[in-house]
Design a protein around this ligand. Structure first.
Ligand code: B12
Length: 214
């Protein structure tokens, strides 16, 4: 089989087929890392199409499920082979806010791109983010807010991180419909992204994995 067929199935949101092809690719002797990179490439394509408005949220969610189906096959082999995740991201919707569709999408895209994600859920108080950040190897705190009334919580998290001396080790990212680049800068966040696929790009940039050429 050609590895590209995995990418195609992922783009088409064919959950069962991604799972079968992932198994087949391994059976045919492809390395775990090669198959993982293929899945990530497929999800990158999905992210790019979403950014360009060629596809919409339902398609992204189905492709993300297909990605998970593939990752489930690889997971036991990945932990055995000791391939480390790109970085650890902790994500949550801030205190006062119960919206989680965008946050879940961002979390899925992070996972799909090879990040290890700790999802703190919704209505997350400042201290819960700080406790998570204190965990060893947590590289990024990602916060979502859909309400103008809860946006301010993001600022408190960033201030607390700095107070605790974690401001340099842990990068912060913010997003959600009312959030802008300008707002992100004004509260001292390290990064902002307007959608889930740009969030992955931004996260990679923050941990020094690639530079945006825009
Ligand atoms: C669905 C929805 C709900 C659902 C939420 C269901 C759920 N499980 O999430 C329900 C019905 C529960 C709800 C409740 C309320 N809602 Co509401 N809701 C929406 C709606 C229609 C869509 C939000 C959504 O899911 N969009 C789709 C996702 C994919 O987009 P997204 O969240 O923006 O996420 C993308 C980006 O922003 C970004 N992103 C998101 N998070 C992050 C994080 C990071 C780190 C990064 C980098 C990027 C990123 O990437 C995502 C994917 O591309 C919006 C309208 C709108 N246009 O936004 C109103 C809206 C957000 N809601 C609103 C309001 C007022 C409420 C209520 C207060 C209503 C009420 N009076 O009870 C309650 C609040 C409850 C609470 N305490 O949170 C207002 C907010 C107004 C404001 N300026 O604050 C909006 C804008 C509607 C409006 N025009 O009035 N809501």
């Amino acid at each position: 089989m050609k590895l590209e067929s995995i990418i195609e199935a992922l783009n088409n949101g064919e959950i069962g087929r991604v799972s079968e092809l992932t198994k087949q690719a391994l059976d045919e002797g492809n390395g775990v890392k090669t198959v993982l990179d293929t899945l990530i490439k497929g999800m990158d394509d999905v992210g790019a199409k979403f950014r360009e408005n060629e596809i919409f949220i339902p398609e992204v969610l189905i492709s993300a499920k297909a990605m998970h189906a593939g990752l489930n096959i690889l997971e036991p082999l990945l932990s055995a082979s000791g391939i480390r995740p790109l970085a650890k991201v902790c994500i949550g919707t801030v205190k006062g806010d119960l919206h989680d569709i965008g946050k879940n999408l961002v979390a899925m895209m992070f996972r799909g791109a090879g990040f290890e994600v700790m999802d703190l859920g919704i209505d997350v108080p400042v201290e819960k983010f700080i406790d998570a950040a204190k965990q060893e190897e947590m590289n990024i705190i990602a916060m979502s807010s859909l309400l103008t009334t809860s946006m301010g919580v993001m600022k408190h998290v960033i201030e607390r991180l700095k107070e605790q001396g974690l401001g340099n080790r842990v990068k912060t990212m913010v997003g959600g419909a009312p959030i802008t680049d300008e707002f992100a800068r004004s509260i001292g966040a390290d990064g902002y992204a307007k959608d889930a696929s740009s969030a992955v790009e931004k996260a990679r940039e923050l941990i020094g994995l690639h530079k945006k050429n825009k």
